[in-house]
Write a protein that binds this ligand. Structure first.
Ligand code: AMP
Length: 116
């Protein structure tokens, strides 16, 4: 399932370039264009779903694959021991700007809590 006007669907299709760091049959991971930490990678399902909530209702195994891919990225980027944060922004209050579900993998520096 793809959406013709979706930015991340276009990255999956290869129509928009991305710095891909990890790929499986169901997932793709690429560096964020505006990194907020030394490691900032986005992990997405190749299928289009707007939010994690929608994906877990339609295909929970794919959401699990996204989380597994995020863990693999943390290992390959060298932050699994120092620590990393997985973020899934959902909706306007959480500042979701791209409505194709994505997990931010952030690491390489100490991060504050609570988030802003
Ligand atoms: P969110 O605000 O949680 O929806 O996150 C969307 C993220 O996508 C932001 O961190 C953007 O910097 C990032 N982004 C937008 N366009 C691209 C792109 N073409 N390639 C990589 N990252 C992008």
């Amino acid at each position: 399932m793809t959406e013709p006007d979706c930015l991340f669907c276009k990255i999956v299709a290869g129509d928009i370039p991305a710095d891909v760091v990890h790929e499986t049959a169901a997932t793709l991971a690429f560096r964020d264009l505006q990194p907020q930490a030394p490691v900032h990678v986005l992990v997405i399902p190749k299928q289009h779903q707007p939010t994690a909530g929608a994906l877990v209702q339609t295909d929970p195994t794919v959401l699990a694959e996204v989380i597994a891919a995020a863990r693999d990225v943390a290992v390959s980027e060298g932050v699994s021991d120092s620590g990393y944060r997985l973020v899934i922004n959902t909706g306007a209050d959480a500042h979701q700007s791209v409505f194709h579900v994505h997990v931010h993998v952030l690491g390489g520096r100490a991060m504050g809590w609570p988030p802003g």
